[in-house]
Design a binder for this molecule. Structure first.
Ligand code: PEP
Ligand code: CO
Length: 419
């Protein structure tokens, strides 16, 4: 930990403050948060092609959302540090052999051997390096114009060419290009702000030694910042009021997220809001709810009312992934796109019906052509899962399913405006 604490930070405090301002705007309904990426990154996949694809799918999705919602989209990737995983069980048994569970690449390795599953603190240093390499590449791509809104066709991916969604996506791209040209023709100058897009990173702040080692006091703001990422979040399994995670997160100035679910009673969520945001600072606290399509209508209204009763405001975000995980008949972990879509559609409705507002989505997705979730325009079924199932942990939306979800949000918003 001492070695890690000596290394320079991965992000700087003014970026963190800028993100908090954007999340404050999302809280007011002026912007929309898109948070997404892998369930878990892996050291082995810290590769240029994969990182570029991940950036592309997030950019594409943000473009679809921007076009549909007519609001700036705040892009926050689950990236450059998403290396520690909470697990429901401590051990895993295969053919009579029991070993510790895989807990993410900064803790141990996924292979099923005693050696691989034994935790190794040196992995923390490797995780820091991988995060730095990832972030360096993302920053270079963005600074170099990879994300220039004038050329969204560059974000296109080869495999989109034979996708049933290609037509709809290209219409959005053309419409954005035309709007920019129109604006530039009117004003006689380029829309500079549209040249560079903002891009932030986040990860679950699970491994507290890791988070603490990168926590610095910033005299300018007279506050402590976690400078390993812009927006750390507390996972569902570590949100206890008297737990170490809430205690650590209470002390940092970053905008933070907390995963919330049906098991949380009113008192628990109210005290979380009061403890984590005592000054009611806008943009500070994002509550990421994850219930499952079956439970959201029952549980979300209660949580909205409980938070309202505190008199404080939060940014509400829907994670339609983690409550919809299931196993196929052959024991493969999957999620069905129709359940994901349904939970998200219900999230918008329930917030509307309770005088609240859904300000963002939190997704597990990849820019690669994997088959981990079923459904979607290509109609992936349980038997397709074996073709390209790569996730070590949770099943992710592939690029096409992610775009389809984005188009659903965009269409919903267009219809709502037309009413
Ligand atoms: C996750 O986001 O990968 C995760 C483990 O989520 P949750 O804490 O909501 O279960
Ligand atoms: Co996950």
């Amino acid at each position: 930990m001492a070695a890690l604490a000596k290394l320079p930070p991965l992000v700087v405090s003014w970026e963190v403050d800028a993100l908090r301002e954007r999340l404050a705007a999302a809280q007011r309904g002026e912007q929309f948060l898109l948070q997404g990426g892998d369930c878990a990154e892996s050291f082995a996949e810290c590769e240029s092609d994969r990182i570029a694809k991940q950036l592309k799918v997030i950019l594409q999705l943000s473009l679809v959302l921007l076009h549909g919602l007519k609001r700036p989209v705040v892009r926050v990737a689950r990236m450059a540090g998403q290396y520690a995983k909470p697990r429901s069980a401590d051990t895993e048994t295969r053919e009579g052999v029991t070993l510790p569970c895989y807990r993410g690449d900064t803790v141990n390795r996924p292979e099923f051997t005693v050696e691989a599953r034994t935790p190794d603190p040196n992995l923390l240093l490797r995780g820091y390096s991988r995060s730095a390499l990832t972030l360096n590449f993302v920053r270079a791509l963005i600074d170099g114009g990879f994300a220039d809104l004038h050329h969204p066709e560059y974000w296109d991916m080869r495999f989109l060419h034979d996708s049933p969604l290609r037509g709809a996506y290209m219409e959005i791209v053309d419409s954005i290009r035309e709007s920019l040209q129109f604006f530039e023709a009117m004003s006689g100058r380029p829309v500079n702000e549209a040249r560079l897009v903002d891009f932030y990173v986040s990860h679950e702040g699970l491994h507290l030694h890791n988070e603490q080692a990168q926590t610095r006091y910033i005299p300018r703001s007279q506050a402590w910042y976690n400078l390993s990422t812009h927006m750390p979040w507390i996972g569902l399994r570590t949100a206890q009021l008297d737990g170490a995670h809430v205690e650590y997160f209470r002390g940092i100035a970053n905008p933070i997220g907390v995963k919330v679910g049906a098991a949380m009673d009113d008192d628990w969520i109210q005290r979380l809001v009061e403890t984590l945001n005592p000054d009611d600072r806008a943009g500070r606290l994002t509550l990421i709810h994850r219930f499952g399509a079956k439970d959201i209508e029952k549980s979300l209204p209660r949580l909205i009312k409980a938070v309202k009763a505190t008199g404080r405001s939060v940014l509400w975000v829907c994670d339609p992934m983690h409550g919809n995980t299931e196993s196929t008949a052959t024991g493969v972990k999957t999620r069905r796109l129709e359940n994901i879509q349904q939970e998200l559609a219900l999230a918008f409705e329930v917030h509307d019906a309770h005088g609240s507002q859904l300000g963002g989505v939190h997704l597990e997705l990849t820019g690669e052509d994997v088959t981990e979730c079923t459904g979607g325009a290509r109609g992936l079924s349980d038997t397709d899962l074996a073709r390209a199932y790569r996730s070590q942990v949770d099943p992710r939306l592939n690029y096409e399913q992610a775009l389809e979800l984005g188009m659903m949000i965009a269409d919903r918003s267009k219809k709502a405006r037309a009413l």
